[in-house]
Design a protein around this ligand. Structure first.
Ligand code: ADP
Ligand code: MG
Ligand code: MG
Length: 208
C-alpha cells in the first residue's frame, strides 16, 4: 500500500459513508440514538480536507494514520469516533515514519493493531453485536486465509457483507444498543455496516 492508496482509502470511505448516511442513521435509530451516519460523515468530511487532491506530496504513512485518528477523535463524537480515532492513533506506530509504501505484511500489521486497539478500548469481542463483528473476522481472514494476498482482499467485500448481516440475530453486549437487551435482536448493528464499507474500500483501493 502506498501513501496515495492510503489517501484513496479514506476518500472512498468518506464517499461511501456519505452515500449511506441515512441508512446508517436509520440502523442506529432502531437500536441506538440515530446519529451514526451523521457522526462519521462529519469526521470523514474533515478527513477529506487533510490532503487536498492535486497536491504533489502527502505525509508519510505513519503521519497520515495519526492525522486521520486525531481528526476522527476530535470531530466524530460518539463511541465510533473514539474507537476508530484512538485505534488509528495507536496503529500509526506500526507504519513507517519515513517511507511512502508498505508491503502486504505491513498492511496486515497496521490493521491488526487498529482492530486490537478497538477491541481493547471498547472491551468488545466477536458476538457482542458491534463493529468488531466485522473488523476481527476480516483481519483474521487477511492474515490466515489461503491463497495470494490479493485474492484474500478481493473476497472481503462479500465476506464482510455476510458478517455485517449476521449481527442482525445477535443481542448487543456493548455500546448503547446493549441497554435494549433482547430488543436489540433483529436489527443490523450500524457500526458493523460502516466497518463493512471500510473493508470494501480497502479491497477496492489496495487490490486494484
Ligand atoms: P454512539 O453510540 O455514541 O451514538 P455511534 O452511533 O457513532 O456512537 O456508533 C455506534 C456504533 O459503535 C455501534 O453500532 C457499534 O458498532 C460501535 N460500538 C459502540 N460501543 C462499542 C464498543 N464498546 N466496542 C466496539 N464497538 C462499539
Ligand atoms: Mg449513535
Ligand atoms: Mg450518539
Amino acid at each position: 500500500m502506498t501513501s496515495d492508496q492510503f489517501r484513496q482509502l479514506w476518500m472512498c470511505f468518506a464517499d461511501q459513508v456519505s452515500a449511506y448516511t441515512d441508512t446508517l442513521n436509520d440502523l442506529d435509530r432502531a437500536i441506538g440514538d440515530g446519529d451514526h451516519g451523521t457522526n462519521l460523515v462529519r469526521g470523514l468530511n474533515k478527513v477529506r480536507t487533510l490532503w487536498p487532491s492535486g497536491e504533489l506530496s502527502v505525509p508519510h504513512l505513519q503521519e497520515m494514520s495519526k492525522q486521520v485518528g486525531m481528526t476522527l477523535l476530535s470531530t466524530v463524537g460518539g463511541a465510533s469516533g473514539a474507537l476508530w480515532g484512538s485505534g488509528l492513533l495507536k496503529a500509526a506506530g506500526e507504519l513507517p515514519s519515513q517511507e511512502d509504501v508498505i508491503d502486504d505484511d505491513g498492511v496486515i500489521s497496521w490493521i491488526e493493531a487498529l482492530v486490537s486497539n478497538i477491541e481493547t478500548r471498547g472491551k468488545a469481542q466477536i458476538g457482542d453485536k458491534t463493529m468488531v463483528d466485522v473488523m476481527r473476522p476480516a483481519v483474521n481472514w487477511l492474515k490466515d486465509a489461503p491463497g495470494p494476498f490479493r485474492e484474500r482482499l478481493e473476497a472481503l467485500p462479500r465476506l464482510t457483507t455476510q458478517w455485517m448481516e449476521s449481527t442482525k440475530d445477535l443481542q448487543a453486549k456493548r455500546g448503547r444498543a446493549a441497554y435494549l437487551g433482547a430488543r436489540s435482536i433483529g436489527h443490523i448493528d450500524p457500526g458493523s455496516f460502516s466497518a463493512a464499507l471500510w473493508w470494501q474500500c480497502l479491497s477496492k483501493v489496495v487490490a486494484s
